[in-house]
Design a protein around this ligand. Structure first.
Ligand code: 4NP
Length: 166
């Protein structure tokens, strides 16, 4: 059975496309036997159709992640039916998702950094208006949470009983 995972930030040009690409690489290495669908989307419409931010692409490329094929899209109502896990980068986007999701779907919406308790942070900070170090920090947090999510998926702890109906 496939597990479908959606990463969500505001613009879908910095944090969530990074999570999509990083998690894809780490999952292929650590849980290659699991069938996954991995995607990302934004809660805001500002950047629909655009590739990821240049600073995001360059920082990711320095660690071997290729974001060049990704294009920004907005979360749509069907996403709440399709995905087993919807992982928000911060509380602002978590709240936005919870407001839009039908009630039974809300338990599938979580903060991504729940999978990196050792990071000591609960949100992936928005790097858009900050300095270069912000993009490195985003990558550090996302790599840690991707490893944690792989471990949770391997042990069957990541997806709760009320997962997507198909
Ligand atoms: P993201 O970063 O949510 O990680 O993609 C942002 C991208 C664009 C904007 C804000 C955050 N913006 O305000 O345009």
């Amino acid at each position: 059975m496939k597990t479908r995972i959606l990463f969500v930030c505001l613009g879908n040009i910095c944090r969530s496309p990074t999570a999509e690409a990083v998690f894809r690489v780490i999952a292929a290495r650590e849980i290659a036997d699991l069938e996954l669908v991995i995607d990302s989307a934004g809660t805001a419409a500002y950047h629909i159709g655009e590739p990821p931010d240049r600073r995001t692409r360059e920082a990711a490329a320095r660690r071997g992640y290729d974001l060049s094929d990704l294009r920004a899209r907005m979360v749509e109502p069907e996403d709440f039916e399709r995905f087993d896990l919807i992982l928000a980068m911060d509380r602002q986007n978590l709240r936005m998702l919870e407001r839009r999701a039908p009630m039974p779907v809300r338990e599938r919406i979580r903060l991504f950094l729940e999978y990196a308790p050792e990071a000591g942070e609960t949100e992936v900070p928005d790097p858009y208006y900050g300095g270069a170090n912000g993009f490195e920090h985003v990558l550090d947090l996302i790599e840690a949470a991707s490893r944690g999510l792989c471990a949770a998926l391997r042990s069957g702890e990541a997806v709760s009983a009320g997962s997507a109906a198909r």
